[in-house]
Design a protein around this ligand. Sequence first.
Ligand SMILES: [Zn+2]
Length: 447
Amino acid sequence: MRVPDSFVRLVSEPAWDLWEGSVRLQTLKDLERSQWLAPAELAARQRTGLQEIVRHVTATSPFYAERFATAGIDPARVESVADLADLPLLTKDDVRGRLDDILSRDFKRAELVPAKTGGSTGVALHIFCDRKGVERRNASALRSDEWSGWRRGQPLAAVWGNPPVARTWRGRLRCTLKDRVIYLDTMKIDDAAIDRFLDDWRRARPGLLYGHAHSIFIFCEALRERGATVHPHGIVATSMMLLDHERRVIEEVCGTPVTNRYGCEEVSLIACECERHEGMHLNAEHSIVEFLRDDGSPCAAGEDGRIVVTELVNRGMPMIRYEVGDRGAPSDRVCPCGRGLPMMEGLSGRTADFLRAADGSQVAGISLIENTLTRFPGIRQLQLVQERELAVDVNLVPGEGYGPETADRLTDSLRDALGADFAVELKIVERISQERSGKYRFSICRL
Ligand SMILES: [Zn+2]
């Protein structure tokens, strides 16, 4: 029997939270109000949040106590993120090598909720968050899910690699009364899997379709081939790079706009589009995002830089000035939706996945792909891999109209961008394979 959506929203979900003593729905209520506050009021709250977490980390985390002392920063005098300019960034190496010292002494390790990052940059990171922090993080995810058009209580459809399976009675009950998620495992998408997923879809009638952008795209292409459609109220694409042409295909097939979201396991949700889809709002109540030039100074609006996040809600494993490893630009635009949450211009890719041109400059591989993919006929998908200087390997999934001319034009345009002497090795493949985490990467630099 299908539990009515309104019953889940009004009865079983709040009851579940109450039973678990969770602050999730209360936090959601707060966030739904605070998003409309004036930018100055939100900035003031951010400063208060920053002061609190700085006091907390310097008192309970040996790593930060040492870092602040070495940098000569008095925690009592920190008023804004500008006062942390002399604090070294928290790197993935720090997280890997100093985990025990970063964790707050206020929590026992067993009380923290563990997570492991996919390890697409080579080595996996072990990450922890305290339980209340997880609940607050979930609340901000819920808020941005609702920006997509989905309403809390409606079932979800996830296009995801290695979906979790409920093994305990509590897990199964939770699935019936609260989460109600159907999954398409992106590790094995074939006709039979899509048939099963569409059967589940008809039964569950999910309001939200979510997953990595490219996985949703593959699913929608498969639907298009068989002349099928699905009509969720919202679509949330969670991987950082949502390619324009993929967005178009998804929106065409589902008749619903795609809501692009940016986040990572380490500091959770960083930014998300609202219903206007005119850029991403930063998750300002829960984190402070800096965009930095290579010399460490802050970027101007529209200027591309390194993304650095200070999360305000994880007290178990505080992340202060964490260098995410992505590049993007801040924005001074005001969204017509009326929310006071600041915006970012967009993402230009992972720091590690910028290709190195012949003259040593960094080229955003994702932009190269967007420029070529839709311009030349016969290219369905592209992946660029740079293993050495002056060479790039291209994995190409051919589409209708592919021919020798396609390959020539593609090679020419890559040489235009990277250097005339670049060796371009073209390989025709059936599909771009995904990483173990289920994510796709289209531009990979291994230099
Ligand atoms: Zn907006």
